[in-house]
Design a protein around this ligand. Structure first.
Ligand code: URA
Length: 276
């Protein structure tokens, strides 16, 4: 853990849960059962705090250490709100990720309820803040099933920065995706109906309904939307509705983006994501 990621002090049950010992509730039970010691002293009081870097915590005599922050990707299905709770009880992404195992997990940014694809989660508030900062927005790649087929003129308007009702969008590269491309199937698994097409678009901003509004502004209503790349991350090895931890290389790549202020991967559509 580097110094920026230090969270001190923290509640002992949160520390135990973050260290993967048990869920937060399970950790509380361990504490009240007298099985947890801090610096050799049994701690049963649930509000007790620890310094994860200085205090020595043991459970049944075995030392417990908290690892660094968690990063994982969810392949979000349609029909889920990007929120960790919904007062109206609608399905939300919280139910699809291991919150018990990684307390403090939250999504980095948002996808609309009907949008599918790559949603990054982390317990690292600092990294999330950096990744979402307007000046550091990383490039995201979306695949959209749209009404009509955008022509070169319309793609040119997007490339120059299409006007939206809350101001111009940054210039973005959009391209029509061929039916033979594996990305096509992400929004049109059975092929697009006649008069519809599939478009790929790279954006750096994260305004509300941004891709839908950009494509609508040039006359192409979005029928389905899917995100297949977020900065250096590609939606690979993760079936719809499931999650996976980022690999070490992916975590390093995300940290590189955070450290570089987004520049490492914010190439504004200079390249297409790897084909799958
Ligand atoms: N742009 C949109 O319009 N919707 C999303 O969910 C993400 C980007």
């Amino acid at each position: 853990m580097n110094s920026e990621e230090r969270i001190v002090p923290m509640r002992l049950q949160r520390f135990l849960a973050r260290a993967g010992v048990a869920s937060r509730r399970g950790s509380e039970n361990l504490m009240t059962a007298g099985r947890v010691r801090v610096n050799g002293v049994v701690v049963t009081e649930l509000g007790s705090k620890v310094d994860p870097e200085r205090d020595e915590v043991t459970v049944d005599g075995r030392p417990v250490r908290m690892s660094g922050p968690t990063y994982l990707m969810l392949n979000k299905p349609a029909g889920y709100l990007t929120t960790m709770s919904d007062p109206q009880g609608r399905p939300c992404v919280e139910s699809l990720v291991p919150c018990d195992q990684y307390p403090g997990l939250f999504p980095v940014g948002r996808l609309d309820r009907d949008t599918t694809g790559l949603l990054l989660f982390t317990t690292d508030g600092n990294a999330a803040q950096e990744l979402l900062h307007p000046s550091r927005h990383v490039t995201k790649h979306y695949v959209a099933l749209v009404e009509g087929i955008p022509n070169a003129g319309e793609l040119g308007v997007i490339a120059r920065g299409v006007m939206l009702d809350d101001g111009p969008a940054q210039p973005a590269k959009a391209h029509v995706i061929d039916p033979g491309d594996p990305l096509y199937k992400t929004v049109a698994p059975n092929g697009a109906r006649s008069g519809a097409s599939v478009v790929g678009i790279f954006i750096k901003e994260g305004r509300k309904h941004q891709v839908k509004r950009m494509l609508a502004a040039v006359g192409h209503k979005v029928l389905r939307l899917h995100r297949d790349a977020f900065g250096p991350l590609k939606l690979e090895g993760c079936a719809e509705g499931s999650w996976r931890a980022l690999t070490k290389d992916e975590v390093l790549a995300i940290r590189e983006v955070v450290a570089s202020g987004g520049a490492a991967h914010a190439q504004g559509g200079e390249r297409k994501p790897n084909r799958r």
